[in-house]
Ligand binder design. Structure first.
Ligand SMILES: [Zn+2]
Length: 401
């Protein structure tokens, strides 16, 4: 047996290795904001080096606390490069959340491993570390290169984590990427993206005793809200085969100054979830159209002063990587080989621009537990994810491409 570190009692081949690594990752807080992931990245580097991985801490100069880690094991024999990638930051503990215990001390409740980041995404990271170290220890890497990446900043869209590493060409020699997120250990080949915009409506304020002299921005927002709800219903007629339908919802509305004053201003945040194939331009044009038709008979002026867009992800390639992944999932876990969709966004969105990389999303648990109080991952699924990855790595690297 191979102890991970001198003085460590952790046996990488035991049946609970991933949960033990998970408890160490949870014990090193890394909420975004502020996104300080230095201690998690350092822990992973220290853990993997004794297994023969070359490790590097990576951070953009303008955000040194948002530190990622890259661990590489090279067989020295030509072959493909596979990357296991998970993010090492978490969301913060939410205001008003009622955790039963300390979110940074992992607890166990039957099959549930509870702690901040248990499924999103430190559990995925733990399964990847354990699988990669087992492969290194058993010397089953017969060709190619294995990369394990713990990425910073994913919860803030990844610009200083995966985005920075992409820019610095860390992924130029990559052939196959597994992005760890919660898919109940199925292979996901698509996820939704986001388009978020603020609608600002300007009216004219007068005394509420004679509203018709003014222009009521709140009333105009009601009309826009009804139109956006109808638009959401229309979007349900455009399903994507893996991730379902695009959606539209209004979740923040602010406006008005006093109950006896006609409102001269109202604003709302619109959340438009997009499916693969929908462009930013098309979504923007549709929303403009919906709002302008709804407000055409009013005297308000309006604009979208702020917009954030995050692309959806879809892998269209079917090759030896996707086939082998599906087969190993079926063999090890008895799960279906059919691909699924993953509903939230992930760092997978960065990879379709690299045409030489085939990307899948894979991992234990469900997104429904992510960003939630008493976040948990199933211990059974977590160890199963490690077993799947352990089998998958040598199979994929020795596959003929
Ligand atoms: Zn995540």
């Amino acid at each position: 047996m191979f102890a991970a570190k001198e003085g460590s009692t952790l046996q990488i081949h035991n049946k609970t290795a991933a949960s033990e690594v998970l408890s160490e990752l949870i014990a090193r807080p890394s909420p975004t904001p502020p996104g300080d992931s230095v201690s998690v990245a350092q822990y992973i580097a220290d853990f993997m080096e004794p297994f023969g991985f070359k490790t590097e801490l990576v951070a953009a100069p303008e955000a040194p606390e948002k530190t990622s880690v890259v661990a590489t094991l090279d067989s020295g024999i030509p072959g493909p490069t596979i990357m296991l990638h998970a993010h090492i930051d978490t969301v913060p503990v939410g205001a008003g959340q009622a955790w039963h215990g300390d979110p940074f001390t992992m607890s166990r409740n039957d099959d549930k491993l509870v702690g901040l980041g248990a499924c999103d995404d430190k559990g995925q990271m733990a399964a990847m570390i354990v699988a990669a170290c087992r492969v290194a220890d058993a010397k089953t890497l017969s060709a190619g290169r294995l990369m394990v990446v713990g990425a910073a900043d994913e919860e803030a869209a990844g610009e200083f984590g995966t985005g920075y590493m992409l820019e610095q060409q860390y992924f130029d020699k990559l052939d196959f990427a597994i992005i760890g997120e919660q898919t109940h250990n199925r292979m996901a080949l698509a996820h939704k993206g986001t388009y978020r915009t603020r609608l600002a409506i300007h009216g004219r304020s007068v005394h509420a005793t004679n509203p018709d002299r003014g222009v009521n921005a709140v009333h105009a927002m009601f009309r826009a809200g009804v139109a956006l709800e109808k638009y959401h219903a229309e979007l349900s007629k455009r399903p994507h085969p893996l991730v379902g339908t695009p959606t539209c919802s209004v979740n923040i509305v602010k406006g008005g100054q006093a109950a006896n004053l006609i409102a001269d201003y109202c604003e709302a945040w619109i959340d438009r979830r997009r499916v693969p194939g929908e462009t930013t331009e098309a979504i923007s044009a549709e929303l403009t159209n919906v709002v302008s038709s709804a407000l055409q008979d009013t005297n308000v002026t309006w604009e979208f002063p702020e917009t954030y867009a995050m692309p959806a992800f879809e892998e269209n390639k079917r090759n030896v990587f996707t086939e082998t992944t599906a087969k190993v999932i079926a063999e090890v876990a008895g799960l279906s080989e059919e691909p699924v969709g993953y509903l939230p966004g992930s760092d997978a969105k960065f990879f379709p621009q690299l045409s030489h990389v085939t990307t899948v999303v894979f991992g234990a648990g469900s997104y429904e537990q992510a960003h939630a109080e008493n976040e948990f991952v199933s211990a059974f699924e977590l160890e199963q994810a490690a077993d799947i990855l352990e089998q998958l790595i040598p199979r994929v690297l020795s596959a003929k491409t």
